[in-house]
Design a protein around this ligand. Sequence first.
Ligand SMILES: [Ca+2]
Ligand SMILES: [Ca+2]
Length: 495
Amino acid sequence: MSDQNLQDQNKSNQNMNAQPETASDQLAPDGTTFDNLVVTKSVRIGVPNAETSEPRNGLYVVAPGGFPNNVPILAQSVSTFFGARDSDGIDRFAINLDKDGNSYPVNFYDRYDGTWRRSISLKLGNVGIGTNNPQSMLHIGEGLGSGYRSWMVRGTQVSGGTDNVFFGLKREGDDDRQDAVIAWGDNTKDVFRFMFVGSGGPADGQEIMRLQANGNVGIGTNNPEAKLHLNSTRGSIKLLQTSGVGDDFSYDGNNGSLFGFTHYGKDTGETRFAWNNGTSKRDLLTIKNKGNVGIGTNNPQSMLHIGNGLGSGYRSWMVRGTQVSGETDNVFFGLKREGDNDRQDAVIAWGDNTEDAFRFIFVGNGGPADGQEIMRLQANDNVGDVRVTGDVYARNQILSSSRELKENIAELSGSEAVEALKNLNPVKFNFKADSDKNRHLGFIAEDVPELVATSDRKTLSPMDIVAVLTQALKEQQNTISALAEKVKLLEAKSA
Ligand SMILES: [Ca+2]
Ligand SMILES: [Ca+2]
């Protein structure tokens, strides 16, 4: 509707406020026509019902209602068909049928400041505000970019220029599948933003979140570089599990398995990191809320505990350190508290039975030394053995020799010693493993006499040889002394 149309329409209605030109209170006879009819009293048209027998308003129209002939008031127009003025006689409100191409939407106008403005339009069951061509049930604003789709009917749409945003239902096949959607944008620079508009202060106008056309979501950033990009000084994500046990957070590597973590309870609880392929689940790392960390075990007993199982070699003091366990065996490296804070000994502890050895193995990059055992500590029923495959360097060598450690003590006879000495055959040799082929002197364990041999016939005790030499030397000294005595007697006789 043009403003001119409204002016013309209003001119034809000026007589509403004009002085009467003909007799008032005169009821026109049937068939009488008037150029102007002015009535100063209320007029009743139609047949009132009993309750409304007297007209209370200037024009009181009673009819059953309904097209074509029973509509109480019927207007036919291609422009304003209803108007209203204020008490000063100024045009303020109009309802129009404005031809819009091939159709006539119903348009509501106001003229608050002297300019007619269209506000509400009704067309095809849709309501338009700021548009006389509403495409959704509620459509606000002019313009409609290429982001508009024909399914954007059942909902609210706001458009401006080439852009629009729609909130409503999207029908997907049948009445029972109408998805709730928010849709926006006609090109990739259009962003969907959530903004806080407070009453002043730094948060006023602050953007909380944005969704971008590339699928990225940003919180605290206006340039999200990932599907979810959080930018915060602290506390970006908080997960709250109100009840039950499940994967609190999981990561799908798109290869048939998930990595995730689960957090349990309070002081005695734990956090587990696990791998899960849908049929089996494997705990990778467990962090107890009290502080212990487990790898390959979800029940870590030390500050760092690696592996499942824990044999009877475990002791309750094995807390402050690292422990590796497998089935019934374990090894611990850490501190053993001995009474007070200033006496916590560094210890290595292992084994639940005497066949468990502590071994030092060299793992080189190939060659004969690769995998070579250097030393082992081995438990036996009493103390323990140390076996070294190489040389032992020490400032001094002191051997345990106390009577307290010995039994079946008997004197080594001179004849035993001499007999053994007779069968001790010193040799020169070098060790096969010695690439420098350094020459040594010694004996062959397999060849020594029974008296000094060890049970495995692979080793010798130097002290055994020393004892044989000592006793044989004493025997020899006795012989020399006896001979010297004889020589002395013979010299006396011959003198
Ligand atoms: Ca756009
Ligand atoms: Ca064992």
